[in-house]
Design a protein around this ligand. Structure first.
Ligand SMILES: Cc1cc2nc3c(=O)[nH]c(=O)nc-3n(C[C@H](O)[C@H](O)[C@H](O)COP(=O)(O)OP(=O)(O)OC[C@H]3O[C@@H](n4cnc5c(N)ncnc54)[C@H](O)[C@@H]3O)c2cc1C
Length: 333
């Protein structure tokens, strides 16, 4: 009789975990906002923390390739899919206790923002409209309009592959769109976020509602809710790290908070409106790519590669993707 592969063994061991839903050959395009990507050999999800932790333990032990995803709003999955195990934690409870809020990692970030506003807790209004869940927002230190998830975090509970642990804000090592969780994953030792605790100063709910409403109107125009996209594709650049040629080209009014929008360089490199197959660069925003219908991950990679080449040749800058790749045989941020 044929010996079981690591993947088959992992699948068998995952199926034994109560409260974990396991499917085979799960199409990943269904789980990404871009609507791209082939199947995951094995897909497991659960809203139960202990089941998620046990699933991570078992896939780690199997030696099969694996990855954790959130709501798939920042992912590009290969057309061939992912020949391993994809896990998702769906625990989504949010608890408010005075000026402290605890949220499970699978809660929508918007649910946390809304809960804070309605409880009169100030600080996350600027993040209104950022898609995705709380865990992924911490992983990538998501933010917008002057607010970042790192601003109000006091504690994060996570699984390091051996034990469930807690860390304070300092231990999260937050930087611009980066955290210790992201760096660990890049080193192949992921820490999986389970829940987090936040502390807020008091604010005026009416004012916060108004601000959130205005931000949502602007964002809906930039990213219509049915747009198959991932927000900004490339990271903005720190002005002080730019090479001399690029620095000289950037007018001072473009620099905001020490950063230059990647869109500024892309625009000058003629990005707007470029097309590869079904993937396009928005005519309005040079750092927004979207699936206009029938796009493939190969089209996306070709177009992103073309944009990087143009910016490199014109400004001597290497743009870095903010979006994450799955199934391309590489670990990406
Ligand atoms: C229209 C649009 C607008 C956007 N605007 C913004 C913006 O203004 N600001 C901004 O910062 N981002 C923005 N984004 C990007 C995206 O919303 C964020 O990156 C978001 O945090 C991704 O959340 P997700 O749940 O979809 O994660 P996914 O895309 O599913 O995963 C992202 C990463 O998070 C990791 N991850 C997920 N869950 C966990 C966990 N529990 N523990 C550890 N790692 C985990 C995954 O491994 C993966 O590497 C935008 C995206 C879209 C589509």
């Amino acid at each position: 009789m044929r010996a079981m592969t690591g993947l088959e063994e992992a699948q068998r061991r995952l199926a034994e975990i109560p409260l974990l839903q396991v499917t085979l050959n799960e199409p990943l395009w269904k789980h990404t906002r871009f609507g791209l990507g082939g199947p995951a050999a094995v897909f497991g999800c659960t809203a139960d923390e202990a089941a998620f932790v046990e699933a991570v333990r078992r896939v780690r032990a199997s030696g099969a390739p694996w990855v954790v995803i959130g709501m798939g709003t920042n992912l590009i999955v290969a057309d061939e899919g992912f020949p391993g195990i994809v896990l998702r934690y769906d625990g989504a409870r949010i608890r408010i206790d005075g000026n402290r809020v605890t949220a499970e990692a699978g809660a929508a970030l918007q649910a946390l923002v809304d809960a804070a506003i309605e409880a009169g807790l100030q600080g996350y209004e600027g993040m209104t409209g950022i898609p995705g869940n709380v865990g992924a927002a911490i992983y990538g230190n998501a933010g917008a309009y002057g607010a970042s998830i790192s601003d109000r975090i006091v504690r994060v509970r996570y699984f390091d592959g051996a034990e469930v642990r807690e860390t304070d804000r300092e231990g999260c090592g937050f930087r611009y769109r980066e955290s210790e969780f992201k760096r660990r994953r890049l080193r192949g030792e992921p820490w999986l976020i389970l829940s987090a605790e936040f502390e807020f100063p008091a604010g005026n709910t009416e004012e916060m509602r108004r601000k959130a409403y205005d931000i949502r109107a602007v964002r809906n125009q930039k990213y219509p809710p049915d747009m198959k996209c991932a927000g900004s594709i490339f990271k903005n650049l720190l002005w002080e790290k730019l090479p001399g040629l690029a620095r000289a080209a950037v007018p001072p009014e473009v620099i905001k908070g020490g950063k230059v929008p990647a869109a500024w360089f892309l625009d000058r490199a003629g990005a707007k409106g470029l097309v590869r197959g079904g993937i396009r660069v928005s005519e309005e925003h040079a750092n927004t790519l979207y699936n206009a219908g029938g796009g493939t991950a190969a089209d996306f990679r070709a177009l992103a590669g073309e944009l990087k080449r143009r910016v490199r040749e014109r400004f001597g800058i290497e743009l870095e993707e903010e979006v994450q790749y799955i199934g391309f045989g590489e670990v990406s941020p």
